[in-house]
Ligand binder design. Structure first.
Ligand SMILES: O=P(O)(O)OC[C@H]1O[C@H](OP(=O)(O)OP(=O)(O)O)[C@H](O)[C@@H]1O
Ligand SMILES: O=c1cc[nH]c(=O)[nH]1
Ligand SMILES: [Mg+2]
Length: 218
């Protein structure tokens, strides 16, 4: 598995990351979702550089333009609910892509809230057989949601190529995902943070992605 951490190079991504992490700025849900969406757009453009291209002739009103166009059939998958604005960013860029949604949510499995398990219940996905599958989920903490999401999607075929996209990852989560995915998978992230707290939240991270996008849940 190859991991590409986009924050190793300075870019405008740093500004989006600073805004989603900032405890005051992130209170505005519209701005928070918008920043997650544009991180998705930025990452999708980076992934687009790795696709296969074939030259096509495009008839303009004045002549013929030769343009290399992507050939991959893309499916963008996400994990509800925090994944939705991130997914939208990818879809803004890959507007011809198919779309898949998996519900996989973290639940504490002990009274002290120090262990988490993941429950996957719902999936709506086209065939992913032979396609380029991008699974976009903003947080890769324990890695449980991503591994469960990938396993659920395999019910609809074997992708030719797998990209995992997240905003923030941890080394622990990356190790878990590496055990679950094919060797030639690429993980894209905007940061690898040092670790997690006792409740399995990424530190420094930015908090609960789903709640910041959509508000508290019971
Ligand atoms: O790597 P993990 O430890 O599995 O954590 C990552 C998951 O946590 C967040 O979702 P969450 O379970 O908070 O659900 P939500 O989107 O409904 O808030 C995030 O979007 C991931 O799906
Ligand atoms: O820090 C974390 C970890 C998992 N899910 C989140 O939303 N945030
Ligand atoms: Mg959450």
């Amino acid at each position: 598995m190859k991991t590409i951490n986009l924050s190793e190079q300075n870019s405008i991504l740093n500004q989006y990351m600073a805004e989603i992490r900032d405890v005051d700025y992130q209170r505005n849900r519209l701005l928070f979702r918008n920043n997650i969406e544009r991180i998705g757009e930025y990452m999708a453009c980076e992934i687009s550089k790795t696709l296969s291209y074939k030259q096509k002739e495009i008839q303009t009103p004045l002549g013929i333009a030769k343009i290399n166009l992507p050939e991959d059939e893309i499916v963008i998958a996400t994990v509800l609910r925090a994944g939705l604005p991130f997914h939208q960013g990818f879809l803004n860029v890959f507007d011809h892509a198919g779309n898949a949604f998996v519900s996989a949510y973290r639940m504490y499995t002990n009274r002290e809230h120090t262990e988490v398990g993941v429950r996957a219940e719902y999936m709506a996905s086209p065939s992913v057989e032979g396609k380029t599958l991008i699974i976009a989920d903003p947080m890769l903490a324990t890695g449980g949601s991503m591994a469960a999401g990938y396993e659920a999607l395999l019910k609809n075929g074997k992708p030719a190529c797998l990209h995992i996209a997240c905003v923030i990852a941890t080394e622990e989560g990356l190790d878990v995902v590496e055990q679950a995915v094919p060797e030639d998978t690429t993980v894209w992230c905007a940061s690898i943070d040092p670790g997690m707290n006792e409740h399995k939240y990424i530190v420094p991270g930015f908090g609960d992605a789903g709640d910041l996008c959509y508000g508290d849940k019971l």
